[in-house]
Write a protein that binds this ligand. Structure first.
Ligand SMILES: CC(C)(COP(=O)(O)OP(=O)(O)OC[C@H]1O[C@@H](n2cnc3c(N)ncnc32)[C@H](O)[C@@H]1OP(=O)(O)O)[C@@H](O)C(=O)NCCC(=O)NCCS
Length: 192
């Protein structure tokens, strides 16, 4: 495991049977018990602690009568999706392209393309375009001057290159965010 990082571990999962595209960032180290029932497209993030449930263990309650009983369903993540930290994706679900699954969500039904879903069960909370508009506006306010140096917005960088640039500018960002969100002593924090 140590020889892989989030950008190269696709190779390891492919050997387990996950059908997986290119340019992904994969922050989990297991795709569950039936990796060969899972497809991930190109340019997706699978956040930390995301679970893929491709079998329904509930049939256990019939196993005294039908010892062999099991129940399975595949999962598909289409291109350019972001699956937030700790989300759980149930079998039979397809996540449409350009979609986001919120942190901690339980996804029980297909996610339409170009949408943001969240909650348990996950519901559409916005379109990707609405989310984009908000996120870009916020970044305009939060971005430190000179962040990422001379790299051009709209330029084509691999996810790994972007990660490297983030590491390189970690100090600049930390300083900037501390200033931006500093709680003044006079405001207090109200911890008693
Ligand atoms: C889903 C997400 C993308 C939505 O972002 P957003 O559009 O800025 O969200 P908002 O704060 O405007 O919330 C919109 C609504 O969705 C709800 N919501 C947002 N995120 C939610 C979540 N993870 N679970 C449940 N509900 C959520 C909000 O409560 C709000 O509901 P309301 O309209 O009833 O008040 C974001 O909240 C999220 O979960 N991002 C992933 C974070 C993550 O995994 N980080 C780790 C990175 S590896």
């Amino acid at each position: 495991m140590n020889k892989y990082n989030d950008f190269t571990i696709a190779e390891y999962f492919r050997r387990q049977g996950v059908e997986i595209g290119e340019n992904n960032r994969i922050e989990i180290r297991s795709f569950g018990t039936e990796p060969y029932l899972i497809r991930v497209g190109n340019h997706c993030t699978i956040g930390p602690n995301v679970s893929f449930i491709t079998h329904d263990g509930g049939v256990w309650v019939f196993s005294e009568q039908i010892p062999s009983i099991q129940k399975f369903a595949p999962i598909k993540i289409m291109d350019n999706c972001f699956i937030g930290l700790g989300a759980m994706i149930l079998g039979g679900v397809t996540i449409g392209p350009n979609s986001i699954v919120g942190a901690g969500s339980v996804v029980t039904k297909d996610v339409p393309p170009n949408s943001v879903v969240a909650g348990n069960p996950a519901r559409v909370v916005s379109t990707i375009e609405e989310y984009r508009k908000k996120a870009v506006e916020m970044w305009e306010m939060q971005k430190p001057r000179g962040y990422f140096g001379s790299s051009q917005e709209g330029g084509k960088y691999s996810p790994e290159d972007i990660q490297k640039m983030k590491f390189k500018h970690l100090g600049v960002l930390e300083k900037h965010l501390k200033n931006l969100f500093r709680v003044r002593k006079s405001e207090g924090i109200g911890c008693g």
